[in-house]
Design a protein around this ligand. Sequence first.
Ligand SMILES: [Zn+2]
Length: 217
Amino acid sequence: MQTVLSNNIYCPLCCNGNLADYHCDKHRYYLQCEQCLLVSVPQQFHLSSSAEKQVYDQHQNSPHDMGYREFLAKLATPLIARLSNKSRGLDFGSGPGPTLSIMLEDQGHSMKVYDVYYAKDETVLGQSYDFITSTEVVEHLANPKLELERLWSLIEPGGYLGLMTKLVADKKSFSSWHYKNDPTHIAFFSKDTFNYLAQQWGATVEYFGNDVIIFQK
Ligand SMILES: [Zn+2]
């Protein structure tokens, strides 16, 4: 693949202009920011919104799928252990079959949902919350700086931001990583990247398994 990258590429998380080649396969380039270590796919390789939605429409997630509930429990269980009774939450990027919000409501919390394709109610982004969840979302964000800072601003002091995304380990495992092959995945975070964010935000961050991240404000 020939280099077709423009020179004016900035990290979509920290705006740093120093990005190094990280990997390239037959479809795309992957660059790593030297400051926050986010691995990102340059915009020229991003899908259009309609092509992206076609991929999401194929996701058959539903609250009746016990396997999917088990998957979400990896975040829900440690998060619920930290929440006060009757907390107010938002699930950002709830997808075509909201499930995590139902699991949290079952525990007595009140939930709003937002999804750019399936639940585009902007008013929920003008309220504040005790916690926000976002599962399998951040890897799809073209502008993670804007979206994550917006979510963070909606969280009350002492509140939580719970994320699920598979973490980058190192260059060698990245090269054979199935997670990078999904054409809608354009931003890949590591613990180093989330530690950078926590430092920027003055937050604490905890990790559970290899894909659950909980920030406290
Ligand atoms: Zn960066």
